[in-house]
Design a protein around this ligand. Structure first.
Ligand code: ATP
Length: 323
C-alpha cells in the first residue's frame, strides 16, 4: 500500500486530533503517504484532500475539535454520493480510508466498504453509544466538563434555596447524563431511555430538601421527553404550588469544546495506531474500539447501525445513593 486517507465525521469529539495525528504518523512510519480529507464525507465527495506530513499534525494532540473539520453530509447516504467519493479516492491513488466518528459515520464507513473499498473505523463520539467499544473518544473529557459544571452549581445551590437542573448532551442516548448524574451526586437523573414524569422530578427535588440536603440537582439528557425546556415550563406553570425556584443550565456545545484529557488522548492515539496496524496487516472492514482494556477490531457488519445499550441498573443505583 502506498497511500491512505483519514477523515473525521459527525459530531466533533475531544481527542479526534490525537487520533488524526496517530494515523498520520503511524502511516508515515509504514512508508505510506497520508491524505487528510476536510469536512468528513462532504470533503470525500467534493475531493477536498490534503497531503499531511508529520509536522502538519504537530501541536494538535492537546486541541479539542478536529483540525480536519467535520460535517454532516446526507448525500453520502446515496449510492451516487459514495460513487463520487470512490472516484475521488481512486483519482489520488488512495487505497484505504480511516473514518474517525460515531454511529452514523461508521454506517457510512460500512456502506463504503460494502462497495469494495478498504475502510477502518475509529470509535469516536461523546455519546458513547457505539457498539464495539466500551468507551469512545471524547466521552471522558465531555463527562469531566459536565461534572465541573455540576460541582459548581452545587456550591451556588447550597447558598440559596434553589434547585438546579443541568441539561447535558445526548439526543437518543443518556450515557453522559447517567454518568454525570452518578459522579456528580445528582438527586434526579432524566434519560431518553426511561419514561419520566415532571411532577415526580419536582417531588424528588423537594424531598431532597426535606431530608435536609443543602442542594438539589437534576441532570437531564437533551433528548429526554422531559428535557430542560419542558421541565422549566412545568416548574413555571406550577411555581406557587412548588414553592422553590428551579434554575436551568443547558451545557450544550460547551461539552464538546474542551481540551482532551489524558484518557481521551491515550485512547485516541492507541485507536489511531491500531487502525494503521490493521491496514498494514491487510485487514479492513472493521471498527477499532476499546474492549476489556485492549484495542480490538469488530467487523463493521456487526458494529454498524447497532447501538450499545445503556446499563439501566445504574439508574437504580443512582436513586439509592441520592439518599
Ligand atoms: P455523533 O453521534 O457523535 O454526532 P455520528 O457519526 O453518529 O456522530 P451522524 O450525523 O449520525 O454522526 O453521521 C455523520 C455522517 O455519516 C452523516 O452526515 C452521513 O454523511 C454519514 N452517514 C450516516 N448514516 C449513514 C448511512 N446509513 N449510510 C451512509 N452514510 C451515513
Amino acid at each position: 500500500m502506498k497511500r491512505i486517507a483519514v477523515l473525521t465525521s459527525g459530531g466533533d469529539a475531544p481527542g479526534m486530533n490525537a487520533a488524526i495525528r496517530a494515523v498520520v504518523r503511524g502511516g508515515l512510519e509504514q512508508g505510506w503517504e497520508v491524505f487528510g480529507v476536510r469536512q468528513g464525507y462532504a470533503g470525500l465527495m467534493g475531493g477536498d484532500f490534503v497531503s499531511l506530513s508529520a509536522r502538519d499534525v504537530g501541536g494538535i494532540i492537546q486541541q479539542g475539535g478536529t483540525v480536519l473539520g467535520s460535517a454532516r453530509a446526507p448525500e453520502f447516504k446515496t449510492e451516487e454520493g459514495r460513487k463520487q467519493a470512490l472516484a475521488n479516492l481512486e483519482a489520488r491513488g488512495v487505497e484505504a480510508l480511516v473514518v474517525i466518528g460515531g454511529g452514523g459515520s461508521q454506517s457510512g464507513a460500512y456502506a463504503l466498504s460494502r462497495m469494495g473499498f478498504p475502510v477502518v473505523g475509529v470509535a469516536s463520539t461523546i455519546d458513547n453509544d457505539l457498539y464495539g467499544s466500551e468507551t469512545t473518544i471524547g466521552v471522558d473529557t465531555a463527562l469531566n466538563i459536565a461534572l465541573e459544571a455540576i460541582d459548581r452549581l452545587k456550591v451556588t445551590a447550597s447558598s440559596h434555596h434553589r434547585a438546579f437542573l443541568v441539561e447535558v448532551m445526548g439526543r437518543d442516548c443518556g450515557y453522559l447524563a447517567l454518568m454525570a448524574g452518578i459522579a456528580g451526586g445528582a438527586e434526579v437523573i432524566v434519560l431518553p431511555e426511561v419514561e419520566s414524569d415532571p411532577e415526580e422530578v419536582i417531588e424528588t427535588l423537594k424531598a431532597a430538601y426535606r431530608r435536609g440536603k443543602a442542594h438539589a440537582i437534576a441532570v437531564v439528557a437533551e433528548g429526554a421527553t422531559n428535557n430542560a425546556n419542558e421541565l422549566m415550563l412545568y416548574a413555571q406553570e406550577n411555581q406557587k404550588r412548588i414553592g422553590f425556584d428551579l434554575r436551568v443550565t443547558i451545557l450544550g456545545h460547551v461539552q464538546r469544546g474542551g481540551m482532551p484529557g489524558a484518557f481521551d488522548r491515550l485512547l485516541a492515539t492507541r485507536l489511531g495506531v491500531g487502525a494503521v496496524e490493521r491496514l498494514a496487516g491487510g485487514e479492513h472492514g472493521v471498527l477499532m474500539g476499546l474492549i476489556r482494556g485492549e484495542i480490538l477490531a469488530t467487523p463493521l457488519d456487526e458494529a454498524a447501525g447497532r447501538k450499545k445499550p445503556l446499563d439501566l441498573g445504574l439508574l437504580e443505583m443512582a436513586r439509592v445513593l441520592a439518599k
